[in-house]
Design a protein around this ligand. Structure first.
Ligand code: HEM
Length: 88
């Protein structure tokens, strides 16, 4: 995976996801599906979600189809973990 330069806000939204309740980042207009999913973004949940976001959160407006390869998922999470989370 090649890290390009996403905007600071995109980073913030993803990275601060770790162990936070779904749909709770202040100021972002989430879908009801995401807000009401009741998920906590811990590592195991994020792994399942990234495999198939629409299966884990039916009705989400996240268009990304997910990552089919488990090693890609592990690598993305490792990448995000380098930046920590707001709960630290
Ligand atoms: C590996 C890459 C990605 C990861 C790790 C990721 C992770 C996540 C997570 C954890 C959430 C839920 C955030 C929360 O509940 O606060 C989310 C939501 C969202 N993501 Fe992604 N995402 C990725 C790629 C993408 C891409 C490529 C797009 C756009 C094409 C996208 C668009 C969105 C949108 C629009 C939401 C809000 C969903 C909703 O409200 O239903 N994501 N993402």
């Amino acid at each position: 995976m090649i890290a390009t330069s996403p905007s600071a806000s995109a980073y913030e939204r993803l990275i601060s996801s770790a162990s936070r309740k779904s749909g709770s980042y202040p100021g972002y207009n989430y879908s009801d599906a995401n807000k009401n999913s009741g998920l906590i973004w811990d590592e195991a949940t994020l792994q399942e979600y990234l495999k198939n976001p629409k299966a884990k959160v039916p009705g989400t407006k996240m268009l990304f189809p997910g990552l089919k390869r488990d090693d890609d998922i592990v690598n993305v999470i490792a990448f995000l973990k380098q930046y920590g989370s707001e709960t630290k």
